[in-house]
Design a protein around this ligand. Structure first.
Ligand SMILES: Nc1ncnc2c1ncn2[C@@H]1O[C@H](COP(=O)(O)OP(=O)(O)OP(=O)(O)O)[C@@H](O)[C@H]1O
Ligand SMILES: O=P(O)(O)O[C@@H]1[C@H](O)[C@H](O)[C@@H](OP(=O)(O)O)[C@H](OP(=O)(O)O)[C@H]1O
Length: 301
């Protein structure tokens, strides 16, 4: 039985008669091919990627497993439509905390139409992409109580300033979540070392990915996202929470032509620095930690 995903945080959604991804109960995520060349470009990327023999498994694990394509009844009611069959990276999670972070200070790609280029330039400049080299595209965070949950809407996410991003990445690893706009609550970051730290935590995974990006010149991952996810209840119980970093959205990947993807690499370095600052701060007494200034102008924070 196919249904809209319970834990999607960004992108096109299969709600209210729109075309969006579906999931089944055996761990597959079906992403509809977008009707323009984006869909076929994403399929071409996955096909090429799985055919390459030189990519080590420590890097492959960052990519959802690809099982080909299939015609399925589209979520918008328009009939059969081709879908990518991907591994559902949150399959089996009960309370996954997830954030989708679009990497790169620019999201346009060489050869894009003037309209697309202008759209990207505007979105990049009006978000943290240009200033930070990445932007948060969406997130959901659970708290320690059953009812605690925060999934800010698109409008709020789009208004995030660099300081908001600092705060959000701290809230993401705090035991309690304050939904909405309570600006007086300082995130406790009590799960930071379990989720972001350690030999298999988010920072270590980002470092592994960065090392690959310092060398790989096959692809340029324009407008691609890093998903960071972990299971809240496990982390609250003192475990790592199975923290994982995944890459998604390859509709604008182009040939690297023997040049490193400095746009992606720069964004990754910047994200790593944000995460490592949180880890450094959580190892300091609170009085010495560089907590972000609360931005009282941003609705929803
Ligand atoms: N393989 C996957 N398993 C589980 N969830 C996924 C997977 N791929 C994507 N998602 C979820 O779907 C969201 C959107 O994914 P993606 O960026 O691929 O879609 P899109 O519609 O192309 O987005 P955009 O509008 O940014 O181009 C992600 O933020 C994530 O929540
Ligand atoms: O940031 P938002 O508001 O969620 O906007 C979407 C986001 O920029 C996507 O990256 C983009 O898809 P592409 O990157 O594939 O162009 C999509 O374009 P679309 O609306 O034309 O599908 C936008 O709607």
């Amino acid at each position: 039985m196919l249904k809209a995903p319970d834990h999607q945080v960004a992108g096109h959604q299969a709600l209210d008669g729109h075309l969006g991804p579906l999931v089944d109960d055996s761990g597959c995520f079906y992403k509809p091919l977008q009707n323009d060349e984006r869909g076929s470009k994403e399929v071409a990327f996955y096909e090429k990627f799985i055919s390459l023999t030189g990519i080590p498994s420590r890097i492959r694990r960052f990519f959802p497993i690809f099982h080909g394509t299939k015609n399925l009844e589209a979520s918008d009611g328009t009939g059969m439509h081709p879908h990518l069959i991907l591994e559902d990276v949150v399959f089996g999670c009960m309370k996954p905390c997830i954030t989708d972070i679009k990497i790169g200070s620019r999201t346009w790609y060489p050869g894009a139409s003037e309209d697309y280029f202008q759209k990207c330039i505007s979105k990049d400049g009006n978000s943290t992409s240009v200033s930070l080299g990445f932007r948060v595209s969406g997130l959901q965070v659970y708290g320690s109580k059953e009812s605690d949950f925060w999934k800010p809407n698109k409008k709020i996410v789009k208004s995030f300033t660099p300081e908001d991003v600092r705060l959000v990445l701290r809230r993401f690893v705090s035991s309690d979540v304050v939904p909405g706009i309570d600006k007086d609550v300082t995130p406790d970051c009590s799960l930071a070392s379990r989720v972001y730290g350690g030999s298999s935590g988010v920072l270590a995974q980002l470092s592994e990915l960065k090392e690959w990006f310092e060398d790989q010149t096959m692809f340029h991952f324009n407008s691609c996202s890093v998903l960071i996810l972990y299971e809240k209840d496990l982390a609250l119980r003192g475990k790592s929470g199975g923290a994982e970093v995944k890459l998604v959205d390859f509709a604008h990947v182009v040939d690297g032509n023997g040049v490193i993807d400095h746009n992606f690499l720069g964004g990754l370095c910047s994200l790593k620095k944000f995460i490592s600052d949180i880890l450094t701060d959580t190892n300091k007494p609170l009085s010495e930690a560089c907590l972000p200034e609360m931005d009282t102008s941003a609705d929803g924070l």
